[in-house]
Design a protein around this ligand. Sequence first.
Ligand SMILES: C[S@@+](CC[C@H](N)C(=O)[O-])C[C@H]1O[C@@H](n2cnc3c(N)ncnc32)[C@H](O)[C@@H]1O
Ligand code: SF4
Length: 470
Amino acid sequence: MINSVSVDLEFARDFIENHLDKRQVNKIQHAFPSPRYWTETEVPVQEVLKDRQKLHSMKLGTPVNLYVGVPYCIQTDPGKCGYCLFPVEAFTGNVDLEIYFDYLKREAAMYKEALQGVPLGAVFFGGGTSNLYKEPKYHELMDLVRDLFPDIPAYVDITLEGIPQLFTREKIKAIKESGMNRISMGVQQINEKLNSLSGRKQKIQHTRQTLEWAHEFGLPANIDLIFGWPQQTVATMVEDLETAISWGVYDITHYELNVGGPTDFALNRYHELPSTLSNLEMYRISRDLLKSNGYEQITAYNWRKPGDPHSRPYEEGVTRRLDTMDTLGLGYAAITFFYDVALDEGRSWSYISWRNLAEYKAKVDAGKYPVERGFRHSREDFMISLIWRNLFGLELDRAKFREAFEVDVYDVFEGVWKALEEYGFVEITTEKIKLVGDGPFYTPLIQTLLAERRYNQLREQMVAEVQGQD
Ligand SMILES: C[S@@+](CC[C@H](N)C(=O)[O-])C[C@H]1O[C@@H](n2cnc3c(N)ncnc32)[C@H](O)[C@@H]1O
Ligand code: SF4
């Protein structure tokens, strides 16, 4: 294993040097490899689920996280908010959601038996735009979750994501009463002029008002902000952050803009984007500002100010487990990960549900799992995924890693760690490898570097497969 994934020091130094000022095309990833490599169209879901049941009977208590997607978004001009790379479908009216929800329920039912007795880790209703649903649907969404997981302990984080202009007081009330216990708002820019570049009709008042309603109902609220936006300056970024801080927002997600695909920002506003080194400067300034206002960095892009009386403690298990990584994705374009060190080689999987709504529906109509494609992991792939995820959570516990993989993660990637240490991106002790300095900003670079050798192998395999078919 060590020889096939390790990268030497010279290579690592050159790689870092060559990528420091390049736009980080790969955003931070939560699992290896990227979905580009998921070529298996016949994912044996039944077999995957049988493995889960076996595992569950062997080691009770391993939780499964649940992701529930929705395909729809309000249409914008430019399309897809000008920057979004997620698969979405244009919303044409509430009937879309009614029909879709019925499919969601039918898909969930297919997993019910396999999940008997499995504890729930966390729930995320994302998308797409999950706050397009009308009030009664939040209760129905939670009924769907409770049908799969009848016992939901109070510490389970249940988040619904949405956009500011679609929240109403009634929706916030329904969200709270349904049992969801957190909202996350995609704000991107508080500055109205900058936000209007995305075609969204979002006013500052929408965000402020939603935060007030959330506060009224005791619902913790996160806001997503993006830096590296077209025409953005350090001054406008700082102004937005200071506004969020002044509103008493406890949870801020501060993403670097990911530019790519046929989006308006990539095609028509590329020249207006701050350079990568300007983005680095923005990262440093935002980090220092948030820290000096009492925020703690909990992942490469999540910041939390302690003291929200309603929030749940940050769940270390979400990013820092080194033995397992289970998320069941339900709905259009949802991603599922089923990994566990106790599984035999080749029995861990990632898969994505259909990103074409008609296909998604056709599969459910046919009584089949609506899986578009997937990837069967080797033990190395699973290991890289866990390293990536732990680094996203800012630190890697060497002892826990040794327990899971019977090898020291330092030895596996010695050249990479040494080079990263030279650049001041990591701090290495006998217990931990921690991202420090500009390290969290360069997480995508670090992830790609760690996976470089394995990516080469996968690319070669793909070429060989294509040649074999000719
Ligand atoms: C995919 S959206 C879904 C939720 C909702 N529709 C919204 O727009 O907020 C979730 C978050 O992903 C982030 N996001 C989407 N596209 C991005 C990009 N190209 N670069 C950085 N962040 C992005 C945004 O911050 C957004 O709030
Ligand atoms: S950013 Fe959100 S609202 Fe905009 S297209 Fe993407 S998912 Fe939809």
